[in-house]
Design a protein around this ligand. Structure first.
Ligand code: 5AD
Ligand code: SF4
Length: 436
């Protein structure tokens, strides 16, 4: 038998891309490709790209440039670009880098085997449709051997919110929810492979409507799978946090006490300009209701500084919101004008002002994050062990709050949830001891 061809995938951006990369690798298995972690030995390189900010998109072109010598040395090497840059820039990619054989968008990668036929015949292939058929119906069933006890599962894609800065409604398209029964089947298959924690993914996951009771209905249904121990979801819009979902945070034991709920800004003026359709106080009230349901919930968020028109007072309103809410973890970004979005037409805040604001916000968010983590010391938490640690005899896992936790434990505990007393805070992780 001929040796398997090697596929190297580089994933940029969000967790949904991580999930899509896995599914693309599975789709290419039928073509005889197996994954490698070493780009130099690859027969095919696939870049699964992100278009959310300018830096992410430009990185793809610089990485392609760096692959040129590899391609010159190995002319049979196939190069593909997938994901949101592929969707947004399509033919432009092949124009800028003619060595690219294949360009495939996020909604058409089930057609990869077909596209590979054209590529193997020496041609190029491009498909950035939003096809009527559901790609998930055309992808191979998930039968890979168990790897990590924690897995992603895409339940919803696209977004109808049209925040003024965001490319997602254009690159991922309109909001589409997968039917709950298909998700259950995929979840059961993952659990059979040893998965114990599933993170439900969607660009606007709490707008999920593939179950009559929305995302909460899906979570309750999934919680009936016996060996599934933990459920998470990301990422959410404040306006879609309905009562059933808030209630599930208080009553569904398998739903973890962690919520990523981006607000982007604390200024009502900027929130309006961003088309977020809620005020800062709406968000404060919402957080209050969620914390009433689940007082120990760890809150995460996303922020943009330097949105066009943002004044010092607007920025101070964001700082005040962060002080009021107190985040356990957060992401913050300098606004980046994206072609085709409404905000791109507006005048940017001077770069040095935006940079200074970003540093100030990040300092506050980091202090809150460190404080939250330090407060864990002395507490007993449940940890799902995922793999061996670097030190002998140690395993690494995650607490319900998504903190990485190291503890001495037998290897047989990988894939199990154990009670651990947190004894030390090591900045990037916590250490703990098994509680007998
Ligand atoms: N500029 C900066 N940050 C952005 N995000 C989305 N679009 C932009 C942009 N044009 C951020 C938002 C979003 C996260 C995924 O990325 O904070 O929640
Ligand atoms: Fe983008 Fe999220 Fe706004 Fe949708 S809700 S447009 S994905 S920032």
């Amino acid at each position: 038998m001929a040796d398997a061809k090697k596929l190297y995938i580089k994933t940029y951006g969000c967790q949904m891309n991580v999930y899509d990369s896995e599914r693309m690798a599975e789709a290419l298995e039928g073509d005889g490709y197996e994954q490698t972690q070493d780009m130099a030995e690859a027969d095919m390189i696939l870049l699964n790209t992100c278009h959310i900010r300018e830096k992410a998109a430009e990185k793809v072109y610089s990485d392609l440039g760096r692959m040129k010598p590899l391609h010159d040395a190995k002319p049979d090497l196939k190069i593909g670009v997938a994901g949101c840059v592929a969707q947004a820039e399509g033919e432009e990619i092949m124009r800028r880098q003619p060595m690219v054989d294949l360009v495939v968008g996020p909604q058409t990668y089930h057609r990869l085997p077909e596209m590979m036929k054209a590529v193997n015949a020496g041609g190029q292939a491009l498909d950035t449709d939003f096809p009527p058929e559901d790609k998930f119906d055309h992808l191979p069933k998930r039968v890979l051997p168990a790897r990590n006890p924690s897995a992603f599962l895409t339940v919803q894609e696209g977004c109808d919110k049209f925040c003024a800065f965001c490319v997602v409604p254009y690159t991922r398209g309109a909001e589409v929810s997968r039917p709950a029964d298909r998700i259950l089947l995929e979840a059961e298959a993952l659990v059979e492979r040893g998965v114990r924690e599933i993170t439900l993914l969607g660009q606007n996951v709490n707008a999920y409507h593939g179950h009559k009771d929305g995302l909460a209905g899906l979570i309750w249904k999934l919680s009936e799978i016996n060996d599934l121990k933990r459920i998470r979801f990301t990422t959410s819009h404040p306006n879609d946090m309905d009562d059933a979902l808030i209630d599930a945070h208080g009553t569904c034991e398998k739903l973890m006490p962690y919520l990523h709920l981006p607000v982007q800004s604390g200024s009502d003026r900027i929130l309006r300009a961003m088309n977020r359709k809620h005020t800062a106080d709406d968000y404060r009230d919402l957080i209050g209701r969620i914390r009433d349901a689940r007082p120990d919930l760890l809150l995460s968020g996303d922020f943009i500084v330097g949105f066009p028109g943002e004044t010092d007072a607007d920025f101070e309103a964001t700082m005040q919101l962060v002080r009021d809410v107190h985040y356990g973890q957060a992401y913050s970004f300098k606004y980046s004008a994206r072609p085709g979005t409404p905000a791109a037409e507006k005048e940017d805040v001077p770069a040095d002002v935006a940079t200074a604001r970003l540093h100030e916000l990040q300092a506050l968010l980091s202090a809150q994050q460190y404080q939250t983590q330090a407060d864990m010391v002395g507490r007993k938490v449940e940890v799902l062990f995922e793999k061996k640690g670097r030190q002998r005899g140690q395993l690494i896992g995650k607490s319900g709050y998504l903190h990485a936790v190291h503890a001495e434990a037998p290897e047989a505990m990988i894939g199990t949830v154990q009670r651990v007393r947190i004894v030390n805070d090591l900045t990037n992780s916590l250490t703990g001891e098994l509680v007998a």
